[in-house]
Design a protein around this ligand. Structure first.
Ligand code: 5RP
Length: 234
């Protein structure tokens, strides 16, 4: 079956990311449909011996399943002192490479793996580029399963609206860590992401936020006119 135009853009970004992978690397493996293309392509390259001795650290049960299917060896976070490179997707990418992540529900492990990595490479289709975070995507928060209304009121106090993520069955979505996800919408986007992140990190009961500020080093955008790479300005 022919891939949709959107899937082709994701695969294009994933293929470019592969150029940054070297034999012997420890790779952080993000989560999502774009990462699924990367895992597939990485598996192909390992199978033909063009890459060797690469091990991955998975950020979700989904990625663990997909990586195993692709024949990628996995280790646990902490098994090696260093993660050379993490490849992950994102829900939004700002011009200075700040991100919203977590619509796939894996933001906590993704942030833990990214923070332990020498380099973080983000692969997205061009539709994920925004001028201001929160314009297209809600901001996901992973929260403990108690005191949820308090967080909803907190977000309302900052001009947003928050709802508990549910599955198509109507049941609450639970992360791989057994926590709820709160999706927070801000009309016109998030005015001060850094301030909001500081406030969220200080809130007991918020396990982690989907704001990934100052974490990505490089973003690869798949676009109809070819791949575009943006490096973080240091
Ligand atoms: C999962 C994520 C994903 O990277 C993000 O949702 C993008 O996914 P996709 O590549 O399917 O659009 O943050 O927690």
């Amino acid at each position: 079956m022919e891939a949709s135009p959107l899937e082709s853009l994701k695969r294009q970004a994933a293929a470019s990311a592969l150029e940054y992978v070297e034999s012997g690397m420890v790779l952080g493996l993000g989560t999502g449909s774009t990462v699924a293309h990367f895992l597939d392509l990485l598996g192909e390259r390992l199978a033909i011996g063009k890459l060797k001795d690469v091990v991955g650290i998975s950020t979700s049960t989904r990625t663990t399943r997909e990586a195993r299917q692709a024949g990628i060896d996995l280790i646990e976070i902490g098994d090696r002192s260093q993660i050379d490179l993490t490849v992950d997707g994102a829900d939004e990418v700002s011009p200075d490479l700040d991100l919203i992540k977590g619509m796939g529900g894996a933001l906590l492990r993704e942030k833990m793996v990214a923070q332990s990595s020498d380099r973080v490479l983000i692969i997205v289709d061009e539709g994920k580029a925004v001028d201001r975070l929160g314009t297209l995507s809600p901001l996901p928060l992973e929260i403990v399963n108690w005191g949820v209304l308090g967080h909803i009121h907190f977000i309302e106090g900052r001009g947003g609206e928050a709802s508990i993520r549910t599955m198509s069955s109507g049941e609450a979505f639970l992360s791989d860590n057994g926590n709820l996800m709160l999706d927070c919408r801000f009309s016109g986007g998030i005015e001060e992401p850094t301030r909001l992140e500081v406030e969220l990190q200080a809130r007991a009961g918020v396990v982690e936020s989907g704001l990934f500020l100052g974490i990505a080093d490089l973003a690869i955008f798949g676009s109809r006119t070819g791949t575009r790479e943006v490096n973080r300005e240091s």
